[in-house]
Design a protein around this ligand. Sequence first.
Ligand SMILES: Cc1cc2nc3c(=O)[nH]c(=O)nc-3n(C[C@H](O)[C@H](O)[C@H](O)COP(=O)(O)O)c2cc1C
Length: 205
Amino acid sequence: MEFNKVIEKRRTIRDFQDKLVPESIIEYAIENAFKAPTYNHLRDWDFIIINGLESKLKLIESEHLDKIINITDLEKLFEKEDIVKKEMYLDAIPKQKKMILTAPSVIVVLFKPKTKVEKAKTIYDLNCLASVWTCIENFLLSLAEHDVFGVTFIPQNIDSIKAKLEIPVDLEIASIIPIGYMANDAKILKQKTINIPERIHFEKW
Ligand SMILES: Cc1cc2nc3c(=O)[nH]c(=O)nc-3n(C[C@H](O)[C@H](O)[C@H](O)COP(=O)(O)O)c2cc1C
């Protein structure tokens, strides 16, 4: 597929069809993920492919996603926000548990930190995190080429997930990515329009 078509096609999807993603598509996306640039040339990344309910429930339990969400409270919380951002949160927040449960596969992306994130003092210390996100973008683009979409969920309770999924202590979780084919009524949220020329600067800001 043409490069610009893949870039256009990749969107965050939180509503999935009940249809398995072939392992070959996931593995090909992981191969492409490993072609991304990396800060130390080592590409210290790992992928856990979760297909079973038991492991999905471990993620939901660790992240306390079982709480009931009151839409009126949520609307109040975002009432003063930019409309595009508000629409995104009002759609996304209630779907955090469902998207993990209904995605046919959930991918946990791991990286080896050079410096513990909480000890980072400079941007340089976060090169490992920056690198794993270049890898995640390659992964998402490769899936999109095959009509498979995902949503990058960022966990808060990493230690709990690491313990439940037996992840080595020296690795960190960059993202948990429910993936699948888009449901027929999947919500594709508006992207904020950016005036690109305004964002490009020459010689100085
Ligand atoms: C670093 C990062 C963190 C994100 N965290 C979440 C998340 O926790 N839950 C979620 O549903 N979406 C999450 N997203 C998805 C964004 O909401 C989405 O990328 C954004 O709204 C833009 O939409 P688009 O990807 O369709 O262009 C995250 C995306 C990024 C890059």
